[in-house]
Write a protein that binds this ligand. Structure first.
Ligand code: NAI
Length: 246
């Protein structure tokens, strides 16, 4: 198994894409820290992972808090010994057309999606830099590349995450830490299930591969970027979007 002996820390892993990523790392032999705002969801995923024969910790974290992010990293190192892989997956939406978007809608999305990734990367990179090994993978979005009406806050946070990815890649390359982003298109999770059926159908019509993506499609990309096969790839944005944007 390609990740035996590795420790992966995944934020927002209580459900959706993060959960799938956590389960896939475990299936490949990694020990996994499952961090989420909702502790019960994290505990359920951690129990599933332990049943697969590897170690797992459930951690409650609000990634927008630097103190929480630091505690999450400290608890992971105490519980699992180290951190080889960090996946900044926690993310939220608060969609509105710009003229109706409140300052609080903007601040809230930026503080989870962008500041959250900064907080967690800063805390985990200290540990990785000492070990002279690390893989940081940020879950961005297609709309960080294209923009999207109704998502000024979300698309700006994801475009910002791409800038953060490239800076992290540059700052930590000398410590053998790579940092890459995955930019999913529209993926079938609770986030997109909240959309009206008509909008989902209209979206699908714009996707050359003619279906929404699955969490598994995204997790496969994350696993690749964290693997030894990707050791010379850093600062890259991997689109996983069925050809919707190319
Ligand atoms: P989801 O809403 O199903 O899951 C997000 C998870 O993050 C939840 O378990 C939630 O409790 C957790 N979370 C939210 N705020 C948090 C915080 N402050 N601290 C810690 N955990 C927090 O979302 P989904 O669809 O699985 O998305 C995961 C990531 O993928 C997000 O960053 C999202 O922006 C991104 N993405 C999703 C796409 C989609 O179509 N579903 C497309 C492109 C990107």
């Amino acid at each position: 198994m390609s990740f035996a002996g590795r420790v992966a820390l995944i934020t927002g892993a209580g459900r959706g894409i993060g959960r799938e990523v956590a389960l896939k790392f475990a299936a490949e032999g990694a020990d996994v820290a499952v961090a989420d705002l909702t502790l019960e969801a994290a505990e359920d995923v951690a129990a599933e992972i332990r049943a697969m024969g590897v170690k797992s910790l459930a951690l409650k974290v609000d990634v927008s808090s630097p103190e929480d992010a630091l505690k999450m990293v400290t608890d992971t190192v105490e519980g699992l010994g180290k951190i080889d892989i960090l996946v900044n997956n926690a993310g939220i939406t608060k969609d509105k057309l710009m003229l109706r978007m409140e300052e609080s809608d903007w601040d809230c999305v930026m503080s989870v999606n962008l500041k959250g990734a900064f907080n967690c990367t800063k805390a985990a990179a200290r540990v990785m830099a000492k070990a002279r090994y690390g893989r940081v993978i940020n879950i961005a979005s297609i709309v960080g590349l294209t923009g999207n009406a109704g998502q000024a806050n979300y698309s700006a946070s994801k475009a910002g995450l791409i800038g953060l990815t490239k800076t992290t890649a540059r700052e930590f390359a000398s410590r053998s830490i790579t940092c890459n982003a995955v930019a999913p298109g529209f993926i079938d999770t609770a986030m997109t299930q909240a959309m009206p059926e008509k909008s989902r159908q209209a979206l699908t019509a714009q996707i050359p591969l003619a279906r929404l993506g699955s969490s598994d499609d995204v997790a496969e990309g994350v696993i690749f970027l964290a693997s030894d096969k990707a050791s010379y790839i850093t600062g890259h944005v991997l689109s996983i979007n069925g050809g919707m944007y190319m």
